[in-house]
Write a protein that binds this ligand. Structure first.
Ligand SMILES: Cc1cc2nc3c(=O)[nH]c(=O)nc-3n(C[C@H](O)[C@H](O)[C@H](O)COP(=O)(O)O)c2cc1C
Length: 205
């Protein structure tokens, strides 16, 4: 069985891949596509490149007025919000930039803070029980240098009550080089296997 078990039914998983690189067809995307190729055919996949969906700078309005100053998202922000809420599994595919996630990825995560406060969206409660995964390419061989990236994503998952799927990492600098990282490709082949364990959650609602 490969799905999300709710009280009364099993709903197929749907994966949203958010690509955070500052270039197209890079190593992070290649590694993510390798992992995604092992997902069963009935698992929906949606791929969005954050560079195609520019977000405005994040305004901190948390303490303005009565604390619900964030407007309803529109445009690209709405697209990303709806895509996020529409997925049971969220895959943040960000290259390692200065030991952490890319700026586009970080800006997307910052907008979560707004979405938690937009009246009627109930973002935090609705994200509970979904699964957050990470995929990252880096130029170096030492994956421990990506601890800040992994820690950021894992703690974001914890904060929203999401399940944590882990981070798939691979080494490459020029586009395509990650395909020469045999151990990364091997890990990619089974990376999403953990999602085969059904979970009881509200994620499919
Ligand atoms: C702004 C920037 C910062 C980077 N910082 C790191 C780093 O901290 N550690 C590292 O190993 N590689 C670093 N790199 C190299 C990239 O992680 C590497 O080229 C990766 O393959 C890029 O992924 P992409 O092909 O998906 O864009 C950096 C690259 C850029 C452009």
């Amino acid at each position: 069985m490969f799905g999300v078990t709710t009280e009364s039914e099993t709903t197929p998983r749907s994966f949203l891949f958010l690509l955070g690189s500052a270039r197209k067809d890079g190593n992070t995307e290649l590694l993510a596509r390798q992992a995604a190729s092992r997902l069963p055919g009935d698992v929906e996949q949606r791929w969005l490149h954050l560079a195609d969906l520019r977000l405005n700078p994040f305004p901190d309005l948390r303490h303005v007025g009565d604390g619900v100053a964030y407007p309803q998202p529109t445009g690209n922000e709405r697209t990303l919000l709806d895509a996020t809420l529409g997925a049971t599994d969220l895959v943040i595919a960000s290259p390692l930039y200065w030991y952490s996630v890319s700026a586009d990825t970080k800006l997307y995560l910052d907008h979560w803070s707004a979405w938690m406060r937009v009246p009627g969206i109930d973002f935090k409660a609705r994200m509970r029980g979904r699964t957050l995964w990470g995929v990252a390419a880096l130029a170096g061989q030492d994956h421990q240098t990506a601890d800040p990236l992994a820690g950021t994503l894992r703690r974001c998952a914890d904060y929203l009550g999401m399940r944590w799927g882990g981070v798939l990492m691979g080494t490459g600098s020029e586009p395509g080089q990650v395909l020469g990282d045999a151990s990364a490709l091997e890990r990619a082949d089974t990376f999403f296997d953990a999602s085969r364990t059904p979970v009881t959650s509200a994620a499919a609602r």
